[in-house]
Design a binder for this molecule. Structure first.
Ligand SMILES: [Zn+2]
Length: 143
């Protein structure tokens, strides 16, 4: 259950991710465009910064892609650093953390935590039923 986080950030980096939305977006943007930017619409590789932090905007067709687009963090209704904390613990955690415990630690509603945890578990389960090739392409998006 470790496919969303392929790389293992060190403890200091993790603590930054768990406390700052901006660090999370930076992390997602680095993972997503590790091999360079390619516009999903027109294939252009040149970009300028978009409106939201760490988003990128195609210089040709002006399509903007946020750092969270195509990841489980997209359209997340609560701060992304809290979502990161849940995702990390579900994927990498040594102990099973209940959604009540997540809610307590993150000052979120238990239902919110339950919904997000379910979403992650669903994504992980779906990946288990894919072929290696399919998984590889999704990994790039989700990691
Ligand atoms: Zn474009």
């Amino acid at each position: 259950m470790s496919r969303i986080f392929k790389s293992e950030p060190d403890q200091l980096k993790l603590e930054q991710l768990f406390s700052s939305d901006e660090k999370c977006l930076e992390f997602l943007s680095e993972a997503k465009w590790k091999n360079g930017f390619i516009c999903k619409k027109c294939g252009n590789i040149n970009y300028c910064p978009g409106k939201t932090p760490y988003s990128r905007r195609c210089t040709k067709c002006k399509t903007e892609e946020s750092a969270t687009a195509g990841t489980i963090f997209h359209n997340c209704k609560f701060p992304v650093h809290k979502a990161f904390y849940i995702a990390w613990n579900v994927c990498k955690g040594r102990e099973e953390v209940s959604t009540y415990e997540f809610a307590r630690r993150l000052s979120l509603r238990q239902m919110t935590c339950w919904n997000f945890k379910t979403k992650i578990q669903q994504a992980l389960k779906e990946m288990d039923s894919l072929s290696d090739n399919e998984r590889e392409s999704i990994q790039k998006i989700l990691q």
